[in-house]
Write a protein that binds this ligand. Structure first.
Ligand code: GAP
Length: 513
């Protein structure tokens, strides 16, 4: 099945099984805004817990905060967002549709990549077992020609972006003969900059309302609280402040479901360090964060670092962790060495001294910052994409199963009476009554056992138990494992011990030490 079709199936699975709904669905949704359903919210909370505990529980020198979404408007002047948090936009005069110029060009670069992949696939079919992909890519004249075109375009595009040259971006779109996907024409306007922050007003108009912004990142809430936390927590460098919260960006090109949203959630941690040590900490945090991702067991081959060549003016190193989504390797997390830019800017704009007194050297300085910034929704999407499988079973049957890591699964155990009579429902409820304090359990008595298993597979429940007539005599149940579908008879008393360790967030955290 084409990856595009797999992705469509994942999106409809998310809706059908209560993971993700379009926002205000009864009004046909709102572009790039989504609601999490009864299973989605559990999965999302588990992801957040895994991150929060890995930061705050496992590091004695990292503490959390929860800053407000609304911040003093000067915050965004100081951080540079008012002046520079822009996307280059272009309109098609015929369709009246607006696009991000950079995305149109990046898509064009990806098309060269797709053409190369098609050439490779054709050659693989032709040469069968003797096919040496690396050699083919290095020697095929057609592949080399396409790669040269791709690289030349990439270089021209990067330069235009670095120089902020909007005229050149438009020229690239014209030269590459990029057409509007709706009208099919090349009738493009000039490229203009568009600020991504949403604004609103605080106070009534009569009082003289003032313009404020919905935060486009959670990080600034941490920077403006640096002094509060350092002083009240008596924190010594290096130390970190972690936060999970909503962020808002007026994304014009909203694509790929929850990958690019207008309202989303971030998990960010700013690690304050002594100037001069930042690159060492940057390398350590890259490693730590990659380990966090890989502990989920999705396979190291599905992750890669993308080190930035072009750095923001305030950064001296930056790297993304990319995950292999059905639509290619995409950024899930950014790790940035932000120097002392943000703290210095806030010191300048607020007139407050934002420094650290180092008792070891008896000097005061502005700390440098390493930031780890991950989108909850992108993480959620990567988990769903990797877990979804349409599995072919013996006998030609298919089952849709979510191989979620047990610690992230919304429901850990489903308890099912074989029939709705003879005291079996009561026994099943008794089991749930005893286990519900330890992990999320669900009772299910509708339909055949086979159908009930399939329903639980579809939401990723790692364990099911069936209560039958023998249970009333021997106090044992049939325990069924989601991935292997193996079943075994176990005493009810042993259920907690078998399941609890495997489904707890602690089981994941232990892999990080
Ligand atoms: N404080 C740094 C910062 O915000 P960023 O690269 O703009 O950096 C960090 O965002 C992470 O937030 C991204 O790696 C991504 O996971 C997530 N993110 C950013 N924009 C998003 C959007 N429109 N929708 C969903 N997630 C987004």
């Amino acid at each position: 099945m084409a990856q595009e079709d797999v992705f469509k199936k994942i999106v409809s699975h998310c809706k059908e099984y209560g993971f993700v709904f379009p926002s205000s669905d009864i009004y046909d949704g709102l572009g790039a805004v989504y609601d999490y359903g009864q299973n989605g919210v559990e999965l999302k909370n588990n992801i957040k817990q895994y991150w929060w505990k890995s930061m705050v529980l496992l590091h004695e020198n990292i503490v959390g905060i929860d800053a407000a979404i609304f911040m003093h408007p000067t915050t965004w002047k100081a951080s540079g967002h008012v002046d520079a948090f822009n996307d280059p936009l272009i309109d098609n005069r015929d369709s009246k549709k607006r696009y991000r110029a950079d995305v149109l060009i990046e898509d064009q670069i990806a098309k060269y990549e797709e053409k190369i992949d098609k050439e490779v696939a054709k050659a693989r079919k032709r040469f069968k077992e003797q096919f040496d992909e690396a050699q083919y890519r290095a020697t095929s004249p057609r592949v080399l020609e396409l790669a040269a075109q791709r690289d030349a375009l990439h270089e021209r595009y990067s330069k235009a972006m670095n120089d902020g040259d909007l005229g050149e971006l438009r020229q690239i779109i014209l030269d590459e003969e990029i057409v509007c996907p709706i009208s099919g024409t090349r009738n493009w306007t000039e490229v203009r900059q568009f600020n991504l922050m949403f604004s609103t007003e605080v106070g009534s108009t009569a009082e003289g309302a003032s313009k404020i912004y919905l935060r486009p990142e959670t990080a600034q809430g941490i920077f403006v609280n640096y002094l509060n936390v350092q002083k009240t927590g008596r924190m010594k460098l290096p130390f970190g402040i972690a936060q999970i919260g909503k962020a808002f960006r007026n994304e014009i090109v909203a694509r790929q479901f929850i990958f690019r949203m207008r309202e989303f959630e971030q998990m960010e941690m700013q690690y304050f360090v002594k100037p001069g040590t930042e690159l060492e900490w940057f390398a350590r945090w890259k490693e730590t964060r990659m380990k966090w991702h890989q502990a989920l067991g999705f396979g190291a081959e599905n992750y890669r670092f993308h080190d930035h060549e072009k750095l923001a003016h305030y950064a001296n190193a930056a790297s993304d962790i990319e995950f292999h989504m059905p639509f290619g390797f995409k950024e899930v997390e950014g790790i940035h060495s932000r120097t002392n830019f943000d703290l210095s800017q806030h010191a300048k704009y607020s007139g407050k001294k934002i420094e650290y007194f180092d008792p070891e050297t008896n000097e005061s300085y502005t700390p440098y910052v390493i930031e780890t910034s991950i989108g909850v929704d992108r993480m959620f999407l990567s988990v769903m994409c990797h877990s979804y499988e349409e599995e072919q079973l013996e006998g030609g049957e298919t089952r849709v199963v979510l191989h979620l890591p047990a610690a992230l699964a919304p429901v850990k155990l489903a308890v099912m009476p074989l029939v709705k009579k003879d005291g079996l429902p009561e026994k099943a409820e008794e089991i749930i009554r005893n286990l519900r304090f330890h992990f999320n359990c669900k009772y299910d008595e509708k339909d055949s056992i086979g159908k009930r298993y399939r329903r639980q597979d579809a939401i990723g429940t790692p364990f099911c138990v069936t209560v039958d007539h023998d249970t009333l005599k021997d106090n044992c149940v049939t325990l069924r494992y989601r991935d292997s579908m193996k079943q075994e008879r176990v005493p009810i008393d042993s259920l907690q011990a078998i399941i609890e360790d495997q489904v707890s967030i602690t089981s994941l955290l232990k892999k990080l030490l």
